[in-house]
Design a protein around this ligand. Sequence first.
Ligand code: PMP
Length: 297
Amino acid sequence: MYVYLNDRLVPRSEAVVSVFDHGFLYGDGVYETMRCYDGVVFMLDEHLRRLARSASMIRINLPADSDSLKLMVYETLQANKLRDAYIRLTVSRGYGPIGLDPELCPSPTLVIMAEAMKQYPAALYENGIRVAIPSVRRNLREALNPEIKSLNFLNNILAKIEAAQGGAYEAVMLNASGALTEGSISNLFFSKGGVLCTPSIECGILDGITRGIVLELAVKEGLTVKAGEFGREDIYSAEEVFLTNTTMEVMPVSGVDDARYAVGGITRLLHKAYRQEVKAYVEHMKAQGPSIWGYDE
Ligand code: PMP
């Protein structure tokens, strides 16, 4: 396995970062998770745009422009001979003496890792996963805005630990005002009376790329969509619940705390539409001809 580290590909054993890296010392950095389908990285432009936004929100200058980053992502995939892959691109504040001042780190550290895609078990898509609402609240927007996709993941990890203790697969957090936000690694949707609901960005969530696509697809499918503020009672009384993210796509939820749901028609419809959207995207990219931006024979 090869890893892209700063300016070149190195074997996995040489892919090491200093203990003085502020990503390690302070969780000071940003990242993106992407998925490659049949040699094409899905929504690569959108992921790089969000990376740039996250970096700018914590005042990190990305070490390369978007075109160079694309090239590096595809070089990493090619070096590892991967066509269906999980990709993680991390940019940390970089190497510097101990201390919080960003000026201590002259250059950010860039890491791109790609691994063969490990699919979630089919049974989870058939039966849905169990979710808990933990006592841990989502970070305040005014403290650490969840729109920043940062390396600082303790809020999500604490929520996940609590959910896992109760046997749940994912934790859906409330914000400080008691409104639903998102999962530890996913966005939340639920339907009731034919209306598809999802917490709005203002509730304090990451604006998931999958969430954005699912919202567009839902409108195309003629569903009524409502992004807003909802409480835990809204989800307990929902008919269908599902989660979205880049790797799981659309994951049905079978229960939130003591509430139970069947895997319903809206969830299935949107997952099917999402897969079609991915297929169309991959075909579109391949039709551009073999190029470094997409499929390469
Ligand atoms: N919320 C959080 C906290 C996440 O970590 C993720 C995964 N990146 C998501 C939502 C879903 O985002 P996306 O659809 O862009 O993968």
